[in-house]
Design a protein around this ligand. Structure first.
Ligand SMILES: [Zn+2]
Length: 290
């Protein structure tokens, strides 16, 4: 084959491939809809002084669906220095995301290994609260509740994934599939845990205030989430490898500083800072009612 005709063949193949790629992109854009309700104000302090900051890409995430936009536009609040996504998902978009369930969220996932991790978390709480009702919001694989029960707590689970709630109920453990603000608990809550949950909630303050009203006088709050003030976070951001900027389900990037002030605004004192073993760059906070 002559070089000229080979070149022509290569060029026409490239043209074909580019056309296909363009058609695919266009069909994806057609399928996309308004997936987010944009925030007009900072979701923590309500300031209107918000501006665009980092941009992420969620297209490689396991939960991604081509009907959803790939770009994740993060915002910054000039008033309280909080970083948050441009807007939480609409109900329609949430339905798409919730149609898939990550393996580690399935009830009983890695039961034995997670029992050790859960026990280390619970041991940190014991000095503040050693019995009573333990409410886990977003209980996922259930490990923390199972282990809390071993330690003598009365477990209650809340999760937005129905399968897990039905599964927990079938084991004889109280469980609800609803927003925690809407649930009337029969007893006062001693410990509330939100492990890697707060960053998924559109307005975290509402939930923290609601929990405060449902807890014992010296009730204990356990929160884990990524810490944007950790050096791991800062280095990975600088290297353009911060996976959390692409986290399809996340609405907030908390710093330790902002989380502590938020807790204080909601009537809690941060008592203990620790590093979370559950996820990269994570922090684990124990707070108590003031
Ligand atoms: Zn703010």
């Amino acid at each position: 084959m002559k070089v000229g005709s080979l070149n022509e063949k290569i060029e026409s193949s490239i043209d074909e491939a580019l056309k296909l790629k363009q058609a695919l992109l266009e069909s994806q854009v057609e399928n996309q809809f308004e997936a987010r309700n944009l925030y007009d104000n900072c979701p923590l302090c309500a300031s209107s002084k918000i501006s665009k900051s980092a941009v992420g890409d969620c297209s490689k995430q396991w939960l991604y669906n081509p009907k959803l936009p790939t770009i994740m536009q993060w915002m910054n609040c000039e008033e309280c220095d909080h970083q948050f996504i441009e807007g939480p998902y609409t109900d329609e978009a949430l339905k798409i995301i919730f149609s898939k369930q990550p393996e580690n969220q399935v009830l009983g996932y890695e039961l034995e290994n997670n029992r050790y991790i859960s026990a280390r978390i619970i041991e940190k709480v014991l000095q503040y609260k050693s019995n009573g009702v333990w409410l886990d919001i977003g209980f996922g694989n259930g490990s923390l509740l199972f282990t809390a029960q071993e330690f003598g707590f009365e477990p209650i689970g809340v999760d937005l994934r129905k399968d897990g709630v039905i599964g927990l109920q079938s084991l004889g453990i109280q469980a609800y599939c609803d927003l925690v603000q809407n649930i009337e608990f029969k007893k006062s809550i001693s410990v509330v845990s939100m492990m890697d949950v707060l960053e998924h909630i559109p307005y975290p303050k509402e939930v923290l205030l609601a929990m405060h009203s449902k807890m014992d006088e010296d009730g204990c709050l356990l929160i884990s989430c990524p810490n944007s003030e950790s050096w791991v976070w800062k280095f990975r951001t600088r290297q353009n490898q911060n996976m959390y900027l692409n986290s399809i389900e996340h609405y907030h990037n908390f710093s330790r500083t902002r989380l502590a002030s938020l807790l204080s605004e909601c009537g809690f004192d941060m008592k203990k800072y620790g590093v979370s073993e559950r996820y990269r760059s994570g922090m684990e906070i124990i707070a108590q009612k003031k």
